[in-house]
Design a protein around this ligand. Structure first.
Ligand code: SAH
Length: 228
């Protein structure tokens, strides 16, 4: 029987992942590369997929959900343009992996998951790793989390039919929302930046929109997403 990979094997795979999947594919933000080189992705993957933790793909995490491909996590984090002082809202905790990466890039992360079992497992793992600046909330995140708004950055890890207006309203002036938006056939990873001054989420006034590229995500299920 082949032995299971050791922590050192995983560390080597992680370094290769950062080099081949991220840096050589255009991720430039050094703080994002450092964070992805530090977070042990293998711990966020179910036991039976652990050997594939650093594969260039999404992997199942149960409940019909997935942990995103490493490149996608990096692309989202880079698009958020974090400097370290921000309060970040994340929608779609899933395994907690991207929350652990964001925790290294921002001051405070509030992450929302609608499936309670996933949220509980993520909360426990983040605590075991000594990550103290992430709060895991069980709720419908399609309408954001107004209690702690505004946010300098919002990351959504599930595809919305259109940009959720409530989320846009929770952006601080200058804040960035990164979200996959459904557009005939493909999901388009999109950045909405709130400009200083007047904001009208209905017309898009006061918002700057930049498309990063096609991607594939699970649907955002909720009041400003898709029905159950
Ligand atoms: N970022 C995760 C991957 C998340 S997959 C990781 O690193 O593992 C997307 C997650 O979004 C799923 O767990 C799904 O349950 C969750 N989700 C979908 N709609 C949601 C909503 N309205 N509010 C909160 N979570 C939602």
């Amino acid at each position: 029987m082949r032995r299971s990979p050791s922590a050192a094997d995983f560390a080597a795979q992680r370094a290769d992942m950062v080099e081949w999947q991220l840096r050589r594919r255009g991720i430039r933000d050094q703080s994002v590369l450092n964070a992805m080189a530090a977070v042990p992705r293998e711990l966020f993957v179910p036991e039976r997929y652990r050997k594939r933790a650093y594969a260039d793909s999404a992997l199942p995490i149960g409940h019909g959900q997935t942990i995103s491909q490493p490149w996608i996590v990096a692309a989202i984090c880079e698009a958020l343009a974090l400097e370290g002082s921000e309060r970040v809202l994340e929608v779609g905790t899933g395994s907690g992996y991207s929350a652990a990466v964001l925790a290294m890039l921002a001051a405070e992360v509030i992450t929302i998951e609608r499936i309670e079992e996933l949220a509980i497992a993520a909360r426990q793992l983040l605590a075991e790793l000594g990550i103290t600046n992430v709060e895991v909330v069980v709720a419908d995140g399609s309408a954001g989390f107004p209690d702690r708004a505004p946010y300098e950055a919002i990351a959504v890890h599930a595809t919305a039919p259109s940009p959720p207006r409530t989320l846009i309203r929770q952006l601080a002036p200058g804040g960035r929302l990164v979200i996959p938006i459904a557009s005939d056939g493909a999901d388009m990873l999109t950045v909405f930046r709130r400009l200083e001054g007047k904001l009208d989420p209905m017309t898009g006034e006061g918002l700057q929109r930049t498309v990063i590229g096609p991607c594939r995500f699970v649907p955002l299920v909720g009041s400003e997403g898709y029905p159950e």
